[in-house]
Write a protein that binds this ligand. Structure first.
Ligand SMILES: Nc1ncnc2c1ncn2[C@@H]1O[C@H](COP(=O)(O)OP(=O)(O)OP(=O)(O)O)[C@@H](O)[C@H]1O
Ligand SMILES: [Mg+2]
Length: 523
């Protein structure tokens, strides 16, 4: 008996003698073939082929109206797109020439009548096996082609995102210095404002500028160019705070919030603000999606600790309409949105992914249309460095009297704003446009502290630092770096290797004052 796959193979028998047709049918049926079709009229072969789609054709050569060879020629045209359609010729004519012509016309094999049933069945089986192998090969090829297509698409997508990320990071980065100037100047103006109206005006400008700072930071985070400001973060708190921020909207939309937060979650070493922003983005999306779906609306937030991988698993799931498979691959792209103009910018998930990956984690989506969306995040626990200034530490911003400061920055607007602010606080301040100019000043004047930009022409911040370290090691310990140049990996590496505090542009005057005080009072 034949194996299961062969039983349903479709065999078409073409012979003008009904007795021969019956004989073949009986033979094949007894062997286990169940899917047989026969015709005694060779003119019907093409129609039979089209309707039946056989896996094998048994074809008599000598027939009235149309000869077997003619049938072969017509079949050849019609079956050109098939992987391999075997035709077994049954003929009483054993002449070599006949066989040659049939083979040339597309026949696969021969059996000479009267035939030995065992031989016939063996050939049928071999030919079918060949047919199935060809089909399998074609399926695999198609699968491979689809895979190659998909990978190429992914590569192009990654490339596009990388370009877009670079572009965004470049623009955001260019905005850092002017924003520092605006923030500083506004703070100076506010402090010296002639009346209440002017002060309010200054505050308004300050708040708008701070908003710009947050947007710039988001862009840099998205392009993973902004290093997270890390501390010990309790993830349960982050999730609860994020829900709290959107509590009103969730309540109005009648959304029930369920927490499932494991009690043994260790604190992670992470940027709490960024993680909260990521959670807010996901919750806002869930809220917006659920408004489109009928109640009950449920938001599920879960977090658990996986001791094996030392990762925290976070899940944010909703009962909204879910996300259609065809857009699932695109939702993390910047500016991809399905929301109306003005309702969504398409940055939420791109930013969220930037944050998660910036922390060494991964984020993925599970969603079936109609069954809600589930975002899953895995975050490594992270390790706190042994010595590092806690950026959250609150140093007083009060001036230290009688000290002199050298401000080095090639951006004149930044240098003069800092000089003015620090002079108002009672410091003696000079400015220099690059490292070389700073060294010339150091030859004629003694300073207690240097605030220096990192990337500058002629002699940059690190080069100035090394030279000062050589000449005046004590002053090198009183160095504060301004970094707008987080894009430059060499400077980044240098800053990680030394102990000097740094202020990322755009900075606030307040943070400058605190750092200046801390460094002046140290040791
Ligand atoms: N929970 C969700 N349920 C259904 N669709 C979602 C969900 N979250 C995201 N999406 C889909 O992914 C798209 C991209 O989301 P993303 O947060 O990046 O941008 P947005 O929400 O459209 O705009 P923005 O967040 O900038 O206001 C959305 O427009 C929406 O189609
Ligand atoms: Mg969103």
């Amino acid at each position: 008996m034949i194996p299961e796959t062969f039983r349903s193979a479709k065999v078409l028998i073409v012979d003008d003698e009904p007795a021969m047709v019956r004989l073949l049918e009986q033979l094949l049926e007894r062997e286990g073939y169940t899917n047989l079709k026969a015709t005694v009229d060779p003119r019907e072969v093409l129609a039979c082929y089209a309707a039946f789609q056989p896996d094998l054709i048994l074809l008599d050569l000598r027939m009235p109206h149309v000869s077997g060879l003619q049938v072969l020629a017509r079949l050849k045209q019609q079956t050109a797109a098939e992987p391999y359609l075997p035709v077994l010729i049954l003929t009483a004519d054993a002449a070599a020439e006949t066989k040659r012509r049939a083979l040339a016309a597309g026949a696969s094999d021969f059996v000479t009548k009267p035939f030995d049933p065992t031989e016939l069945l063996l050939r049928v089986r071999n030919l079918l096996e060949m047919r199935f192998l060809h089909q399998e090969l074609r399926r695999q090829n198609e699968g491979l082609e689809a895979q190659v297509h998909e990978r190429t698409h992914q590569l192009l997508q990654t490339e596009k995102l990388a370009t877009m990320g670079n572009l965004l990071a470049g623009v955001a980065h260019e905005l850092n210095s002017p924003l520092s100037v605006i923030l500083g100047r506004v703070a100076l103006f506010e402090a010296a404002a002639p009346d209440e109206r002017a002060r309010e005006c200054a505050q308004g400008i300050g708040e708008a500028a701070e908003r710009c700072v947050r947007i710039v930071r988001s862009f840099l985070t998205m392009a993973r160019r902004h290093p997270p400001e890390r501390g010990h973060v309790a993830l349960s708190q982050v999730l609860q705070d994020a829900v709290e921020l959107l509590a009103y909207e969730l309540r109005v939309a009648d959304v029930e919030v369920r927490f499932d937060l494991a009690a043994d979650l260790p604190p992670v070493w992470a940027d709490g603000h960024q993680l909260q922003q990521a959670a807010v983005n996901l919750i806002a999306n869930a809220h917006q999606a659920m408004r489109e779906a009928p109640p009950p609306r449920r938001l599920h937030l879960a977090a658990r600790w996986d001791a094996g991988s030392r990762r925290v698993h976070i899940e944010i799931a909703d009962t909204g309409p879910g996300i259609a498979p065809e857009i699932q691959a695109r939702i993390f792209e910047p500016f991809f949105t399905t929301k109306r103009d003005g309702e969504g910018t398409g940055l939420g998930l791109a930013l969220t992914r930037g944050i998660v990956e910036g922390h060494g984690g991964v984020i993925r989506l599970e969603s079936r249309p109609g069954a809600g969306a589930r975002f899953l995040i895995e975050l490594p626990m992270g390790v706190a460095p042994a010595t590092r200034d806690d950026p959250g530490a609150l140093d007083a911003a009060l001036p230290v009297p009688g000290k002199s400061i050298l401000v080095v920055d090639d951006e004149q607007a930044v240098a003069s704003m800092l000089a003015e602010a620090l002079t108002r606080d009672g410091y003696t301040v000079d400015t220099a446009a690059n490292g070389a100019a700073a060294l010339r000043r150091l030859e004629v004047q003694r300073y207690d502290l240097i605030i220096s930009d990192s990337g500058m022409p002629v002699l940059n911040g690190p080069e100035l630092y090394r030279e000062v370290e050589r000449r005046e090691p004590r002053l090198a310990r009183r160095f504060v770096f301004l970094t707008g140049d987080i894009l430059n990996p060499r400077i980044q590496e240098f800053l990680e290797g030394i102990d000097a505090p740094r202020l990322d542009k755009p900075f606030t005057l307040d943070s400058v004052k605190r750092v200046v005080r801390r460094v002046l009072l140290a040791q």
